[in-house]
Design a binder for this molecule. Structure first.
Ligand SMILES: Cc1cc2nc3c(=O)[nH]c(=O)nc-3n(C[C@H](O)[C@H](O)[C@H](O)COP(=O)(O)OP(=O)(O)OC[C@H]3O[C@@H](n4cnc5c(N)ncnc54)[C@H](O)[C@@H]3O)c2cc1C
Length: 233
């Protein structure tokens, strides 16, 4: 939500310091949901009332989904490429993303603090901490790998290679910026799948931040979604 005085948006830092989410702009309210339903009776309200909160909950519970589509949130995100890779599978949204063809990328990489071990089978994996020594190994080796890739990237550009080729030296944990614009119905689908314990840890962290920001502008919609078992209307 943009502060009129400073021009800055609310920012939630997800992976300090390079990974963050901002709700840069929105046209969204709980009232818009109820009014979209009310147009069936050629009616319109200006003020959101307690009764509207009950109507909204009814729409959510009975899965009347379309009234949740008449709104829009524009998020500005900085995340690792591998997170964006999963994120963009959510097709009912609009995206624009930083281009490694046009931009000299910045050497900001996501390096996890903790290593994790994976057990189980597809659909029901569980993860446990690998311990201090292995986590240290991961951090050191990943950092070294990123530094080597970055040095080769810079060298390739210096030698005259196009950025679109030089970028092949860059790993999937490089941070990139993108815009994600979405309506609440599709956002709830995203949140149901990604702000969820089965989701990839890193996208889960971003989805949690997104849900926090969304709940500020559509508080009753978020509350009904959360209380009604996160079933997408
Ligand atoms: C834990 C997890 C593991 C995953 N693993 C894999 C994997 O191994 N491989 C892989 O490829 N993907 C994987 N995915 C991605 C997943 O298959 C979806 O592509 C992604 O979650 C987007 O969901 P969606 O299609 O519901 O969202 P959106 O694309 O935003 O679509 C929203 C809704 O619109 C409707 N819709 C959209 N497009 C169509 C269409 N063409 N036809 C009919 N209805 C449509 C559907 O109701 C859909 O739920 C995984 C996702 C999760 C959460």
């Amino acid at each position: 939500v943009r502060d009129a005085a400073t021009g800055r948006s609310d920012r939630v830092v997800v992976f300090d310091p390079h990974g963050w989410v901002e709700l840069e702009d929105h046209c969204a309210s709980d009232l818009s949901v109820v009014n979209a339903a009310r147009v069936s009776f050629a009616k319109h309200s200006i003020e959101y009332s307690d009764n509207d909160a009950r109507v909204l909950r009814f729409l959510m519970r009975e899965r009347h989904g379309t009234p949740f589509e008449h709104n829009y949130m524009r998020f500005h995100v900085r995340a690792p490429i591998f997170v964006f890779w999963d994120w963009k599978r959510h097709r009912i949204a609009s995206y624009n993303v930083e281009s490694a063809r046009y931009t000299h990328m910045r050497p900001d990489f996501y390096i996890p603090d903790d290593g994790r071990i994976q057990t189980g089978k597809p659909g029901s994996y569980s993860f446990a901490w690998m311990g201090q020594d292995e986590s240290q190994w991961l951090k050191e080796n990943l950092t070294e790998f990123c530094e080597t890739g970055w040095a080769k990237y810079e060298e390739a550009i210096e030698r005259g290679f196009a950025k679109e080729q030089a970028r092949l030296f860059l790993p999937m944990n490089l941070m990139i910026e993108f815009y994600f614009s979405v309506n609440a119905r599709s956002l709830m689908n995203f949140l149901a799948l990604r702000n969820e314990s089965n989701a990839l840890y890193e996208i889960h962290e971003y989805a949690e931040a997104i849900e926090q920001l969304w709940a500020k502008v559509m508080p009753d919609t978020a509350k009904a979604f959360q209380e009604l078992n996160r079933v997408v209307p």
